[in-house]
Design a protein around this ligand. Structure first.
Ligand code: XUL
Ligand code: CO
Length: 434
């Protein structure tokens, strides 16, 4: 039985008026030597597609899920897997992501929950084999259950810390079982509401110990994919330790975790941190740590994590410029960590939402590549720093310059004449391509 009343979405080109067709995403079309699908590596998140009922702080869920009996039974969890794979097939999405508790229910105790997870993982494995779909990353939900209200790996309570460790151990083993390409840590409750009751130093030490244990366990079970940290500044905690790319990189460096960890950057988290997405991506890329992307967007008029689908060409162009400039994804991809508006409650709205997100990224990819081929933008930036290519500038960059030499240079050259930054000209240039 079809749960999404449409055919498999096909590419029909930009003149198509069919809402159930891609206008720009043509999976096999080559862009700069790689197919669009290889560049973009779209993934769907199990939690939004299958489990998000579209509730908000003022009202319950609106999403119609006729396939879901609303129970916490393993049978219901297994039935959802078929619906999810129908969705992936209709969309032509070849990767997905999950939290342990999205795919399988949390039952009365840990061993019952683990057994339920095993059953669902077995079915997911069978579906992956049948379809060729791959797990982009797995993760453990360490934020929904009340036990984690004061943190998981930063809980003040060692019993809860241990529970979280046991959960990550199992989630990691399940990721390995499904040949997952990566494993993500989003520290939903890893932060604090007030410093009055918080020993920040001990909490950060505990978090680092936790991540070292994860690496050790990965090595033990032969999981060799990267671990991702997903930065987010606030919501749900007032202050979250992984607040932005720079904070995460500092933490990873301080605690000797740089080797195995990289970043999974999410657009709405970047903007909540007061940064643009391209800023967060660039900070990560500069450190060689742009691992993966949670592709969504926020709303400038709403101050929380609205997780909307990306529909802004300027955004996707900027994102793809950074991605292409770093050489593209390896293990990572574009995971639509996005949900429909509460008003878009029909199953078919999931299809519309993903068609839009995929087409917008396809255009972003093509536009970004056209800007790169044109070369004027990169040439401008290159030229802007060209005084560092020779003489005193080159000495600075080689690390061998002294203040005496800078002084001698300044004395000899008099008042410098500074060139314009030409922001408006460059904005016009981007618009030539959009
Ligand atoms: C929450 C969020 C998470 C992570 C995975 O804002 O983005 O869904 O992506 O835990
Ligand atoms: Co996310």
């Amino acid at each position: 039985m079809a749960h999404f009343p449409c055919e498999k979405i096909q590419y029909e080109g930009s003149s198509s008026k069919n809402p159930f067709a891609f206008k720009h995403y043509n999976p096999e079309e080559m862009v700069a030597g790689k197919s669009m699908k290889e560049h973009l590596r779209f993934a769907a998140p199990y939690w939004h597609v299958m489990r998000n009922v579209l509730a908000d702080p003022f009202g319950g869920g609106t999403a119609q899920m006729p396939w879901d009996d609303g129970s916490d039974s393993v049978e219901n969890a297994l039935a959802r897997v078929d619906v999810f794979f129908e969705f992936l097939d209709k969309m032509g999405i070849e990767y997905y992501c999950w939290h342990d508790r999205d795919i399988a229910p949390e039952l009365n105790d840990l061993s019952a929950s683990n057994a339920a997870l095993d059953q669902v993982v077995a079915k997911l494995k069978q579906k992956q084999t049948e379809t060729g779909v791959k797990l982009l990353w797995g993760t453990a939900c360490l934020f929904a259950h009340p036990r984690y209200s004061q943190g998981a790996a930063t809980s003040p309570d060692a019993n809860i810390y241990a529970y979280a460790g046991a959960q990550v151990k199992k989630a990691l083993e399940s990721t390995k079982e499904l040949d997952g390409l990566g494993y993500t840590f989003w520290g939903g409750r890893e932060g604090y509401s007030t410093l009055l009751n918080t020993n920040m130093k001990r909490e950060l030490d505990h978090l680092a110990a936790f991540l070292h244990m994860a690496v050790a366990h990965a090595d033990k079970i032969g999981f060799d994919g990267p671990f991702y940290i997903e930065p987010k500044p606030r919501e749900p905690s007032t202050h979250q330790y992984d607040s932005d790319s720079a904070a995460c990189l500092n933490f990873l460096r301080e605690y000797g975790l740089m080797d195995r960890f990289t970043l999974n950057i999410e657009t709405n988290h970047a903007t909540l941190a007061g940064h643009t997405m391209e800023h967060e991506l660039t900070v990560a890329a500069n450190a060689g740590k742009l691992g993966s992307i949670d592709a969504n967007r926020g709303d400038t008029l709403i101050g929380w994590d609205t997780d909307q689908f990306p529909t802004d060409l300027y955004l996707t162009t900027q994102v793809m410029l950074v991605v292409l400039n770093t050489g593209g994804f390896t293990t990572g991809g574009l995971n639509f960590d996005a949900k429909r508006r509460r008003e878009s409650h029909e199953p078919i709205d999931l299809i519309h939402a993903h068609v839009g997100g995929m087409d917008t990224f396809a255009r972003g990819l093509k536009i970004a590549q056209a800007i790169r081929e044109d070369g004027r933008l990169a040439d401008f930036v290159q030229e802007r720093y060209s005084s560092f290519d020779s003489n005193v500038g080159a000495k600075v960059e080689s690390g061998s310059c002294t203040f005496e030499e800078l002084e001698a240079h300044a004395m000899a050259h008099g008042e410098p004449s500074l060139a314009s930054g030409r922001q408006e000209m460059l904005e016009n240039l981007i618009n030539e391509f959009i």
